[in-house]
Ligand binder design. Structure first.
Ligand code: FAD
Ligand code: SIN
Length: 540
């Protein structure tokens, strides 16, 4: 018999977005918080550089808005940018209230660091492990809160919906969820469901992201009829450690913010030749410049050099990076750091409004899985954690206001596993995982062409058919569910990239090297579009 749970709100994902939202609703409503790993799984824990917010008199909202718009290459929604930036100080105050400790100067004021594309020092940080400070503090609050029931090692399989009498709309009323420890699929019902599942950068062979970044929420929402937008804008971080035994280790942009230089293998500094802001140019430009130099020279990597800074400074600002690099035999105070670009952030996602509402009634999306219009064609560094807190707060306020009028979910069909068997060929899953990630890297990477994209599209469609067959015949497992979602996210990225007939921000194609005069979002509409009554598209 399927286990069945009921809560007012089901939050899927326990990163900065999910935990913020859960904490803001707990106490008023019963909340289930789901994570496919432990509470601190997800990109949030790994964040290094910090969180951007205006906090000094010589900085201004106008400057932060301008920097975000510039990095976004003409595609950010200005109103959304202002909405986010103006709520920055409030978001920081809320995090501090939860116990997050940001680094301070000797005089007690918060130390502000700088990253690419920022015209001011405005990044609050906890040394070089900001994500740990945020994730750790929020996880502590969540754990001690009696109003939040946490489900760890539980993966959403698909959302459930119902049609209310007299309504043409389907509404979201919960999710089928795999308990990864037992293999059982249970039903979690709720009046409101929130996707906060993070990004899809695991679709690429080389990434800074943890293993779970398989685009689950994006795929789940798409399957239930929600539009997704701007999936072609996958951000490649310029500096991931290049080392045979280092898996996904980011070298924070804050190093460049504090003066580190990028060099060719022979020691030549090359960024001034690419952009007036050199190492602090927006991320898409730095990543493309590195890619260009690596290909031009046939080199394995380029180098980041911070050796000119005093040891005490490096130890104070970058203790985690220093220790991690030392573990790989690199002393950043004495040696240059070998680096390459790697997939880092999904700028597109599930289309939402300022309250986090999606096309499916009572389904919200917040954090990296959502598309709000903030990042445009390239996210400004350290704006993501800010977006997580700002939009989770806005969504929590909306849910708190509307929830009393939402009826309790009615009967949903239990999960039916009577026609599937256990797989005896899991090698199919691991093979397909590798295949998706490899062709995405080779054909849908930093520099694209129509021919490469079409090749990738052909491959992903074949794989999806194979995965569908596998999914229909065998019991679900974590690897199978993630592969199914990853292939779906990859397909959405490729489709979006094929639709964009220009180069802009993170999307660079040799077939259309110029930027169009008109900036337009790429919006994909699913066949089973949930919001049939949508009359005016907010993005048109
Ligand atoms: P995540 O923190 O990724 O959390 C996702 C959650 O969803 C996890 O709990 C996961 O278990 C859960 N989940 C996923 N799928 C399922 C499923 N099927 N079922 C159940 N649960 C599921 N941004 C900044 O602003 N500043 C930085 O300094 C910064 N540094 C970064 C450094 C690194 C190495 C990385 C990878 C990213 C960095 N970013 C940074 C980006 C930022 O960390 C992320 O965009 C942000 O943390 C995303 O938060 P989130 O809450 O949306 O998702
Ligand atoms: C970094 O520390 O370089 C990551 C910052 C970000 O992704 O915003």
């Amino acid at each position: 018999m399927t286990r069945n749970f009921y809560h007012d709100v089901l939050v899927i994902g326990s990163g900065a977005a999910g935990m913020t939202l859960a904490l803001q609703l707990a106490g008023r409503y019963s909340v289930a918080l789901l994570t496919k790993g432990d509470l601190t799984a997800g990109s949030t824990w790994n964040a290094q550089g910090g969180i951007a917010a205006v906090s000094e008199a010589d900085d201004s909202f106008t400057a932060h808005i301008r920097d975000t718009l510039t990095a976004g290459a003409g595609l950010c929604h200005r109103d959304l940018v202002a909405f986010t930036v103006e709520r920055g100080p409030e978001a920081i105050a809320w995090l501090i209230e939860q116990g997050v400790e940001f680094s301070r100067d000797a005089d007690g004021a918060h130390h502000l660091t700088r990253e690419g594309g920022h015209s001011h020092r405005r990044i609050l940080h906890a040394a070089d492990a900001t994500g740990r400070a945020i994730s750790g503090a929020l996880a502590e609050r969540v754990t001690e809160h009696p109003g939040i029931e946490v489900f760890q090692q539980h993966l959403v399989v698909d959302l459930t919906t119902q049609a209310d009498a007299g309504s043409r709309h389907l509404r979201c009323n919960g999710a089928y969820v795999l308990d990864a420890a037992t293999g059982e699929v249970c039903l979690l019902q709720a009046r409101t469901v929130v996707l906060a599942t993070g990004g899809a950068s695991k679709a690429y062979l080389y990434t800074t992201n943890p293993d779970g970044a398989s685009g689950d929420g994006i795929a789940v929402a798409w399957r239930r009829g929600c539009r997704v937008a701007n999936m072609e804008f996958n951000q490649f971080h310029p500096t991931c450690l290049f080392h045979p035994s280092a898996k996904s280790f980011l070298i924070s942009e804050a190093l460049r913010g504090e003066g580190a230089h990028l060099q060719l293998p022979d020691g030549t500094r090359f960024m001034p030749g690419f952009h007036p802001d050199a190492e602090l140019a927006p991320r898409d430009i730095v990543a493309r410049a590195i890619d260009h130099e690596i290909k031009r020279l046939g080199a394995d990597c380029v180098y980041l050099d911070i050796r000119h800074k005093p040891l005490a400074f490096i130890e104070e600002h970058f203790p985690t990076l220093r220790a991690q690099c030392l573990a790989f035999g690199i002393d950043i105070a004495r040696q240059r750091i070998p680096v390459v670009p790697a997939a880092h952030y999904t700028c597109g996602g599930i289309l939402t409004d300022t309250r986090g509402r999606t096309d499916l009634k009572h389904l919200y999306a917040v954090g990296e899985c959502a598309f709000t219009g903030l990042h445009g064609a390239n996210r400004l560094a350290s704006n993501s954690l800010l977006e997580c807190v700002v939009f989770a707060t806005a969504a929590a306020a909306d849910i708190a206001a509307v929830l009393p009028d939402i009826p309790v979910p009615s009967f949903t069909k239990p999960w039916d596993a009577s026609r599937v068997t256990s797989s005896d060929e899991d090698v199919v899953i691991s093979h397909n995982w590798d295949e998706v990630r490899r062709f995405m890297w080779d054909y849908v990477g930093i520099v694209r062409t129509r021919k490469r994209l079409e090749r990738a599209q052909h491959r992903v469609q074949l794989l999806q058919r194979e995965i569908h067959e596998y999914y229909s015949n065998y019991r679900v497992s974590r690897d199978l569910l993630e592969l199914r979602n990853l292939a779906m996210a990859a397909e959405l990225i490729i489709r979006s990239a094929l639709l964009r007939k220009e180069s802009r921000g993170l999307h660079f194609t040799l077939d259309y090297p110029d930027q169009s005069v008109i900036a337009k979002d790429t919006i994909l509409v699913p066949m089973n579009f949930a919001n049939q009554e949508l009359i005016v598209d907010k993005l048109d």
